[in-house]
Design a protein around this ligand. Sequence first.
Ligand SMILES: Cc1cc2nc3c(=O)[nH]c(=O)nc-3n(C[C@H](O)[C@H](O)[C@H](O)COP(=O)(O)OP(=O)(O)OC[C@H]3O[C@@H](n4cnc5c(N)ncnc54)[C@H](O)[C@@H]3O)c2cc1C
Length: 400
Amino acid sequence: MRTVHIIGGGPAGLMLAAHLDPSKYRVTLFEKKKTVGRKFLVAGEGGLNLTYTASIEELTTQYSPDGFIDPILRQFTNDDLRNWLNLIGIPSFIGSSSRVFPDLNLKPIEVLNKILDHISTRGIAFQLDTPWTGWNTKGQLCFEGCEAVDSDIVVFALGGSSWKVTGSDGRWRTTFEERGVHVVPFRAANCAFGVDWNGDFIAVHEGKPLKNIALTYQDHYSKGELVISNFGLEGNAIYALSQKIQHTLLTEESTVIHLDLKPTLTIHELRQKYENSHRTKVTDILKKDLNLDRTAIGLLKQFTDKDTFLDPDRLIKTIKAVPVIIHSADELDKAISTLGGIALDEVDAHFQFKKIPDTYAIGEMLDWYAPTGGYLLQGCFSMGFVLAKHLNELEVGEAE
Ligand SMILES: Cc1cc2nc3c(=O)[nH]c(=O)nc-3n(C[C@H](O)[C@H](O)[C@H](O)COP(=O)(O)OP(=O)(O)OC[C@H]3O[C@@H](n4cnc5c(N)ncnc54)[C@H](O)[C@@H]3O)c2cc1C
């Protein structure tokens, strides 16, 4: 039997372990932490959004670069993921906004344990608390605290570089660069962005949500929710634009997003409501006739001069496009995911390194992006499955 060494026990590595053919491979999974799936559990703290319900055509539009994820998701779709989870005792349901979550009776740790129970039936060996440190001159894998090992096939699933406490610290970057592999520098994605609030506004509105809003950035649009924080803005509406904003911030000191406080109403409809009002104070009209809450009105005032505020035409146009200046992204370690990682042209269509024989990389450690909404976990699970399928189909000798 050939040996497969999987390094990294997150969703991508675990999914691979769950699907490799035990009659063909002797599999060991190495994990630097004392337990696997730590980031998966952190994801569970905010509601474990496993995937998203949509057609494959719609689903794939959320990932970049274009075309990268399509063949992967087509081989293991969102329905396939739900069916497989169900098969191993993890029923799921479609929540608000088409997001998929585990059955409400299942805690994230129970979901993880069910995946691990399933893996345990497949004879996988776990070597925990064993950080991989690189290769020796013989090309063997080196680990802290154990002998160097020979492998027939190595799969890295080391994750991105945020929430270092979970083990995904991106320290592997220099080790791969020393092997001549191009690693795109890490940057925060699905993260908060910095805004200079005036002191009065933030004192009153810190922590308050702006619900059912929309954002436009260049030619990109996203709907959802924002939360006002001392640092700036966070929430799914801005996370969805994070890759584009980060791209601009590479070369510009700041950039402007436009916030639509009433995406369900047109300028014309808002204007009519305004005109039909019998109230005289602008703030009362905004509150009672246009149904804007205190935080939305506070934000509007923050980015509107007095003349605009008192001119209904200009004010309504601003309600549909409040210009908010973004000056920075939040710290990498606080990000939900990271941009950067192993450049995609370093691996072939089966995730195999072009420069390192019989060695593969899957999951967030590759340089791809998706917004929050279950797309990240779906991408990682699909990659684990697709690579297992490929390795299971390899003829003996092909991987040598
Ligand atoms: C707060 C938060 C909320 C999230 N919520 C969601 C959500 O609801 N839905 C969603 O789709 N996604 C969510 N995500 C993102 C999702 O959790 C990640 O994209 C996913 O876990 C990445 O899986 P992975 O297997 O590629 O890597 P990881 O889960 O990061 O796992 C990598 C593993 O490799 C190990 N490792 C690293 N270096 C070494 C080494 N040198 N030696 C040995 N082992 C090593 C790490 O310890 C880790 O266990 C969230 C992330 C965060 C931080």
